[in-house]
Design a protein. Sequence first.
Length: 256
Amino acid sequence: MRGHLRAAVVAGLVTLAAATAGAVSARELLGRALAAEARGDLPTAARSLEELVAAGVDSDGVLYDLGTVYARQERYGEAIWCFERVLRRAPLMWPARDNLRATRMRLARRDAGRSGQAVVEQAVPLRVQVGELVPLGWSVLLGVLGEIGVVFAVWRRRRVTSELEAVGMTVALVLSLTLTAGALGLVAARRALPAESVVLHGGLRLRQTARVDGIPDAAVREGERVERVARDGVFTRVRTLTGATGWLETSELGGL
């Protein structure tokens, strides 16, 4: 799998943490997954990585490897869910972004081949794209750096002796204020992200009511991102990117 190197790093962290999943250590599960993937036994690799995630070892590397295995099994919705989770936490993990793009393209080609019609991906709203641009911690750090820059620029500007220095400190003050404002905007966008999920499997339709025998309505695509609106027992009311609303079984959704 393309995450071998990253998984090796995870292995070291797992060893230090001494995490366990039942009677099997996390290190052993990771070793099983890597060995199974190397010999082409993708179901065993997926099960071992799933056990790791269930045991709480859901690092970016483990999720990346699990998504890669899912994609090779053509379990595209679940693969997209894994990659989306990684990118929510690590937006600059380019291998995950590349795999997400490739997986969506494979899914679109498969769906187009089955339906005989081109599949058009719905764009994620701009407010969500901005909120996912950088992790919350990075935005806070940028804001702190901006505030430090403002304080320094104000302090230094009061002590300059030349007009050129005054201009330089004014520019520094403007840049620091811009950085602070931008960081605050990113923090606000991150906190305003809607509760979203990924549809894990294909062939599903939204139900008009939260019942097993509810009347099916609009279809939802495997791998589609939806917003969670409400919960009723084992059903979740969702809103798609096109604005359609309805109920799906919660087990068919992977939360982000």
